[in-house]
Design a protein around this ligand. Structure first.
Ligand SMILES: Cc1cc2nc3c(=O)[nH]c(=O)nc-3n(C[C@H](O)[C@H](O)[C@H](O)COP(=O)(O)OP(=O)(O)OC[C@H]3O[C@@H](n4cnc5c(N)ncnc54)[C@H](O)[C@@H]3O)c2cc1C
Length: 545
């Protein structure tokens, strides 16, 4: 029989038309545990829309047609606009509309942050770049609380579920978005080196800023929290993009960054020259003020990375469930089962930890939850974000050559995958923050011990890992050189404790054997024998509605 080259055989159909949230058992279980069964149900519209061909196509287009800086109008006037493809606006409108910005801070739902975290996790699977302005909008509110009047003025705008794009005074808009300007050329992590100056005006609490910012993402947002040096030291300022009289604040967008990934999102270099600003918090308390925003964005780094992992896992498990080689489905090959099961374990551990931390935000008035969040956020940010590039690369390889081709969507995930480890405190900075928390706040170690203690006796490998971690803590005595080792061990114990309590036995068993029991050979796909790999793969494989 002649070969018909016009019809492709043995290719997986596109993964569209599934509810990316409901078909993710690990996510649903985490939401039920740390939120409620109703919370999981409420997320359905987000999951269904995120899985449609339409949404996936908007994600592709927003990355293909990247934002464009328009510094001047046709007459030479400075306008500092950024032009986006309509697909960017389509994604933003829905992301904000689903309440993924600052809405949880004004909600009386006791699970508002878990709901939003899972929604963000699911919706980011359309495309990750537009998560940046949404995250910063979510994160600005806790920092704004340093000033009652500014919080009262800005929180309702940021909590709005209306996406209202364009440079107009915030009062005239149905919703606003926030950004942050910390990083400068001479120092990002070490913000004490910031050179941008703040000069007080004649009006109390008002200043002008003079300097630059080396990275400020989403420069079209309506308001920014910015660090600058005042006479009393490094201080946080609120900087609106447009002033109340409708004129544009002096924020010159010098250029947009040409980035590895995150291409749908605009990240800019700014110059500030007489930029009007209001002080947020006291002079000299800039880091203390903006750290609240940093903490909330770190949660989104964990969730964003876990979301990248889940999307990569969904594509990998879907592909192997449809592609045959050497006489049978790839999904039935023992070695491929080992790879996909290992990916699934990594993904579930990341998901469980991210949603657990969102639950802590819902219960911050509980001292245990507040202390746990303080220590577990930098741990999780360090570990989950570090695992993402290798995990996504392995998932990409499950698709063989197809995975390396743009149309598969995997290259986009791969390019995005290192980012969450860099911004909001790079890997070392987060590992060192774990040491700082342990050194300055004794209650955070107690919180970690209580949290992992909830699973005591459930698995001897976990019990042993907790003991070893405490020994490492005692042996290393806060030495910076060992900060990563300690962060990894503490994060793994937290993940293990969550999985043995709340995930199916086969997932917890595989995690404990490999990540805690030492049966790990350096790459994914090296799970030891005696595990129920087919069950883990089945749980991870998306199901169409
Ligand atoms: C796409 C993108 C968007 C961004 N958007 C924003 C934004 O909107 N607003 C904003 O303010 N910033 C933004 N950033 C900047 C980002 O937060 C910084 O790049 C990051 O904090 C690291 O700072 P840096 O680049 O100056 O690197 P450095 O601080 O110079 O760090 C370089 C390396 O040294 C390590 N290091 C630093 N200190 C120590 C130490 N004490 N011991 C050991 N190692 C150390 C770091 O972990 C890192 O690996 C963005 C960055 C990217 C890539």
């Amino acid at each position: 029989m002649a070969v018909d080259n016009r019809v492709a055989t043995n290719q997986a159909p596109p993964l569209v038309g599934h509810d990316v949230i409901s078909s993710d058992q690990a996510l649903v279980d985490a939401v039920r545990t740390h939120g409620s069964p109703e919370t999981a149900e409420e997320l359905r519209p987000i999951g269904v829309l995120a899985g449609t061909e339409e949404a996936q196509e908007h994600g592709r287009l927003a990355n293909r047609h990247t934002p464009e800086l328009v510094p001047f109008d046709r007459y030479g006037n400075r306008v500092d606009e950024v032009r986006f493809h309509p697909s960017w606006h389509w994604l933003m409108e829905r992301g904000v509309g689903f309440g993924l910005g600052a809405a949880p801070w004004t909600s009386d739902d006791p699970h508002a942050h878990v709901r939003r975290a899972a929604g963000f996790f699911g919706w980011s699977q359309t495309e990750p770049g537009h998560g940046c302005p949404i995250s910063m909008t979510y994160a600005a509110v806790p920092a704004l609380r340093a000033d009652d009047a500014l919080a009262k003025e800005w929180t309702p705008r940021l909590a709005s579920t209306t996406y209202d794009f364009g440079l107009r005074p915030a009062d005239a808009k149905a919703g606003a978005l926030a950004g942050m300007g910390m990083t400068e050329k001479q120092g990002g992590s070490d913000v004490r080196q910031n050179l941008t100056e703040a000069h007080p005006t004649a009006v109390d609490g008002e200043y002008t800023l003079h300097g630059h910012k080396w990275f400020t993402s989403a420069p079209m947002n309506d308001v920014f929290l910015v660090l600058a040096q005042a006479s009393g030291g490094l201080t946080c300022f609120l900087v609106p993009r447009v002033l109340a009289d409708g004129s544009r604040n002096r924020i010159d967008v010098m250029r947009l960054k040409d980035k590895l990934g995150n291409r749908s999102n605009a990240s800019s270099e700014l110059e500030l020259d007489g930029t009007w600003a209001q002080r947020l918090g006291d002079e000299g308390r800039g880091v203390r003020t903006i750290i609240e925003m940093v903490a909330a964005t770190r949660l989104d780094c964990v969730l964003g990375s876990a979301s990248l992992m889940r999307k990569a896992l969904a594509e990998a498990s879907w592909h192997v469930a449809h592609r045959s080689a050497f006489g049978s489905l790839l999904a039935d090959k023992p070695l491929m089962q080992n790879v996909v099961a290992d990916l699934a374990v990594e993904s579930e551990a990341a998901t469980a930890l991210g949603i657990r931390l969102a639950g802590a935000v819902d219960r911050l008035s509980d001292p245990h939850e507040a202390a746990l969040r303080r220590i577990a956020l930098p741990l999780a940010k360090y570990w989950v974000c570090k695992r993402t590039p290798m995990m996504v690369a392995e998932a990409l390889e499950c698709l063989g050559g197809n995975g390396y081709v743009e149309e598969s969507g995997l290259p986009l995930l791969f390019r995005e995958s290192p980012l969450n480890s860099i911004w909001e405190g790079s890997g070392n900075v987060n590992a060192l923050d774990v040491l700082r928390a342990l050194g300055r706040e004794p209650e955070v170690l107690d919180a970690w011990i209580v949290e992992v203690g909830k699973a005591q006796g459930a698995d001897p490998r976990l019990d042993r890992a907790v003991r070893t971690t405490l020994e490492t803590l005692a042996d290393t005595a806060g030495a910076e050189v060992h900060a990563r080792r300690l962060a990894v061990q503490m994060a793994l114990c937290l993940q293990g404790a969550l999985l043995v309590q709340h995930s199916p036995a086969e997932v917890a068993d595989a995690f404990c054997a490999s990540r805690l029991g030492g049966e790990y050979a350096g790459t994914l796909g090296t799970l030891p024998g005696g595990l129920d790999l087919p069950a883990i793969v089945r749980r991870a494989t998306p199901v169409l509605q």
